[in-house]
Design a protein around this ligand. Sequence first.
Ligand code: SAH
Length: 245
Amino acid sequence: MTNLVNFVQNVSSRSLNELKKRTAIDDIFPQKEDSKYIARRKKLVELLKKKGITSQLVLDALGKVPRQFFMPTSLSELAYEDKAFPIGTGQTISQPFTVAKETEILDIQKNDKVLEIGTGSGYQSAVLLECGCKLFSLERQEALYNKTKEILEKNGYQATCLLKDGFEGLLSEAPFDKIMVTAGASEIPNKLLRQLKIGGIMALPFGEGEQKRLYRIRRLSETDFEKMDCGPCAFVPMLKGINRE
Ligand code: SAH
């Protein structure tokens, strides 16, 4: 702060205004945006296109979200690798391709009411919000919930984050246009299926063993669901109950 004050005293009034503007932004954003990150983000979007993501809405959303904001500072340099990374409490920030694929499956329309299971780092939440939906996000790990809620708020991402077991869903806000599960389920979360609108879509990583596959499930009627296999995927497990450690 002293350095900043000294510096401020030595600059012209025009650059002083510039500096004030920058400082105000830095106060809100805990981690910095930088031209090198912007360039890497563009390359990442190109890579996602090559890997088969076609939705322009999804590509634009990933092109806007600064992934480094949602990762430990020690890993910022790796933020635009198409890989998952640890974020503490044994959890990971999902791989950008996976985030893009799951978002594409949901075919988000403006103002869709979306339920996300597994807030995690908040990166997927930010991508969903950039697509223009209204988002409710549940996380079972208390420490992660507290931290991520703050990161999202500080960066201007308005999601309703709740500490809650995703297997229960969020009955008070149901039905949802879309539901995205971002942890690998080894049993079908039936309560979630019932909280989907008729015509609504759920993205669900599911499989009985270690290997999961990503499914797109569309609710056709009160009782009928259509299931489409969208290929193999890797996720941390979907676990029951709240973890307050
Ligand atoms: N969307 C996240 C992915 C995080 S990994 C991101 O972009 O970073 C999956 C997250 O799901 C973890 O944070 C894990 O704690 C959470 N999770 C696992 N089972 C859950 C459950 N039953 N309810 C809510 N969250 C759950």
